[in-house]
Design a protein around this ligand. Structure first.
Ligand code: ATP
Length: 667
């Protein structure tokens, strides 16, 4: 890998774009004071990522930018481009040419560009570390700093040596690994804390899940009890309801018709009440009959008397015939027929006798009268008998009628009473049956309520009771209350278990457990990556130790050689000032800096013919020579792509300058 060229634009005194080609192995830049030679050396530091403005003779980034002159206005930015030939792939980039560029703006902002792509400073640093050019800039010796490596602290010196030995890349790797380890440890702490936070929740959820499982067993028991209970109740109720309807049917219908029967019987009885007039008539008739009998008796007695008189008269024999016109006699007799009483007949007869006048003989006269009387009486008696007979028959008929009616009434009454008795009997029966029906209705309501409760607890599953088949169909209903008590007990236990929102809890439990398992896996992954990182760090540490030790050994050999060449004798050696503390243990509060402080590098020199041991006792020239010897030794062991020596010979005398020149040529 070779440095091909550098290009400055707007950097310090280089207002215009200024490319410098490095065609040969050694390039000398010459010019008068203030012509910008040192600025070029600083432009190298700048482009390689120097962060100390002081190291580039400035106070801030802006000082790097062309400040303007009477001929040319000041620039807005300073840019330096370094172009390497990378055909040997010394830099791990698949390009033959690698261009590193840094730009600083007036606002102090910096851009780093690698082959045209903006990158981070860290990317540049890591890339350059592979080419033994670290940020320590040990290969750029600025003006007046020829002895910088001697005046540097043990720690800075170690840093320069690490850079020179190409160990910075490992350091970066180790740094990166430590950083990752810290991050991993932090992640582990976070994951552990998350798991700790989850633990009580998981415990709670596990408790809930157990409760849910218990309650699920209870629900299963409850469901099977309910199915049987409900089925039995519904079968019983349906049968009882059908029976009750049937039982009510006949009495209801009879009750509806019995009223009609009662009404009819009442109607009949009210008609019977009207037969009183017949009784009145009967009394009248009986009265008449009695009068007729008395009249007849009197007439019979009269007839007997008349017949007696007549018999007497005939015995006397004095009978004088005298003729009454036939027509007249007949009229008289017929007239008599219409007379009711004997008195009337007597009156009529006297009148008739007066009309026809006194018979000639009294005897004959009396006989005739008696005959007439007798015949009249006989006729009357006959009439009376007929009448009496007629009246008696009427009485008889009437009596019979009345008797019949009475019989009829009694029948109606009997029917009425029977109907009324039946009606109250039916009424009582209906009351009983309706009470039974009411009871069934109530039970049906209770059944619905129970079904509702069951559905609220167990959901649609309870509806399966309709198709439930029980093994003992003959079980008496009296077993049901016991079953119901069991149901109630399970319900209470379910309520007490208090496991609500099943699906959410189960889901949450599953999710939380899964999350915990995920975290556990994550933790295991982190632990394994932490142990891998620890191993890597250990590995890198060992590699660094080994390489550093062997590098120092090699440098020491060269250092001694160069030193002897420079001073014509004497000895020079680097030695590690190390303390075991912190060298191996990687504690998060101990960064690389700390480790390196503990592992600094000291330089021990011994000049020929002089009893000088300490660096402080060397002259300026001796310091410059020692420093150059060390720089050359380092460059010999691990050559950097370039070395910049800005007037490093300044402190050397003629003889030493010449020797120095020869050595540069050899290098
Ligand atoms: P010497 O031989 O005296 O050491 P030199 O060639 O090394 O000189 P430098 O030190 O590189 O010269 O250059 C210094 C010059 O650069 C000074 O004149 C200074 O004014 C100029 N300079 C430094 N910074 C800027 C800047 N930002 N803008 C313009 N000029 C600058």
């Amino acid at each position: 890998m070779r440095l091909r060229s550098i290009e400055l634009s707007g950097f310090k005194s280089f207002a215009k774009k200024t490319p410098l080609q490095f065609a040969s192995t050694v390039t000398a830049i010459v010019g008068p004071n203030g012509s910008g030679k040192s600025n070029i050396a600083e432009s190298f530091r700048f482009v390689l990522g120097e962060q100390s403005m002081k190291n580039m003779r400035g106070r801030r980034g802006e000082d790097m930018i062309w400040n303007g002159s009477s001929a040319s206005p000041r620039a807005g930015r300073a840019a330096v481009k370094l172009i390497f030939d990378n055909s040997d792939r010394a830099l791990a980039l698949d390009f033959d040419e690698v261009v590193i560029e840094r730009v600083v703006h007036r606002d102090g902002g910096n851009d780093y560009v690698l082959n045209g792509s903006v990158v981070r400073l860290r990317d540049i640093a890591e890339l350059l570390a592979q080419a033994n050019i670290g940020s320590s800039g040990h290969h750029i010796i600025s003006q007046g700093e020829a002895d910088r490596i001697l005046s540097a602290s043990a720690r800075d010196r170690r840093k320069m040596l690490e850079d020179a030995l190409g160990l910075t890349a490992y350091l970066y790797k180790r740094q990166e690994a430590v950083r990752k380890l810290e991050k991993t440890a932090e992640n582990m702490r976070e994951v552990e804390s998350l798991r700790r936070e989850l633990a009580p929740h998981i415990r709670f959820l596990q408790g809930q899940v157990k409760k849910i499982e218990e309650s699920q067993t209870l629900r299963t028991d409850l469901l099977s009890l309910y199915l049987e209970y409900l089925k039995r109740e519904s079968v019983y109720l349906s049968a009882a309801e059908t029976l009750a309807r049937k039982e009510l049917d006949a009495p209801q219908r009879e009750h509806a018709t019995i009223d009609a029967t009662i009404a009819q019987a009442r109607e009949e009885l009210s008609v019977a009440g009207r037969s009183d007039s017949k009784t009145q008539e009967l009394i009248q008739l009986e009265q008449e009959s009695r009068v007729a009998a008395a009249t007849r008796e009197r007439a019979t007695r009269e007839l007997g008397r008349v017949e007696g008189e007549l018999a007497l008269s005939e015995r006397l024999g004095v009978v004088q015939e005298e003729h009454i016109p036939r027509q007249e006699a007949r009229a008289f007799a017929e007239g008599l027929l219409y007379l009711k009483t004997i008195t009337d007949v007597v009156v009529a007869a006297k009148k008739f006798l007066d009309k026809i006048g006194k018979p000639t003989s009294s005897a004959s006269h009396d006989t005739a009268t008696l005959v007439v009387k007798k015949s009249a009486l006989e006729k009357e008696l006959d009439t009376l008998q007929t009448r009496e007979h007629y009246t008696a028959r009427s009485v008889e008929v009437l009596r019979k009628e009345i008797e019949t009616e009475k019989n009829q009434n009694r029948e109606a009454e009997r029917e009425l009473f029977a109907a009324m008795a039946r009606r109250s009997e039916l009424g009582a029966a209906l009351v009983g049956l309706r009470a039974k029906e009411e009871l069934l209705k109530h039970e049906r309501e209770e059944f619905k309520v129970e079904l509702g409760e069951a559905a609220a607890l167990l959901g649609r599953d309870v509806l399966a009771y309709e198709s439930y088949k029980f093994s003992a169909p003959d079980e008496p209903r009296s077993e049901q209350p016991q079953r119901h008590r069991k149901i109630e007990r399970i319900k209470i236990r379910l309520e007490e278990s208090g496991a609500g929102g099943h699906s959410e809890i189960l889901k949450e439990h599953q999710e939380t457990t899964q999350r915990d398992q995920f975290l556990a896996r994550e933790l295991a992954d982190l632990a394994s990556s932490a142990s891998a990182l620890n191993a890597l760090i250990d590995d890198l540490h060992k590699t660094l130790e080994v390489r550093f030790a062997s590098g120092i050994e090699k440098i020491n050999t060269e250092f001694e050689t160069f030193f002897k060449l420079m001073f014509g004798g004497g000895t020079a050696a680097l030695s590690s000032v190390r303390s075991d503390l912190g060298s191996h243990e990687l504690r998060s509060d101990l960064g690389d800096e700390q480790i390196e402080v503990e592992n600094g590098i000291e330089i021990a020199v011994s000049l020929p013919h002089k009893r000088v041991k300490g660096l402080e006792m060397l002259s300026g020239g001796e310091r410059a020579l020692t420093s150059i010897a060390l720089i050359f030794a380092m460059s010999q062991v691990n050559p950097p792509p370039f070395l910049i020596l800005d007037e490093t010979d300044a402190a050397l005398d003629e003889a030493n300058s010449r020797r120095y020149g020869d050595m540069i040529e050899n290098l």
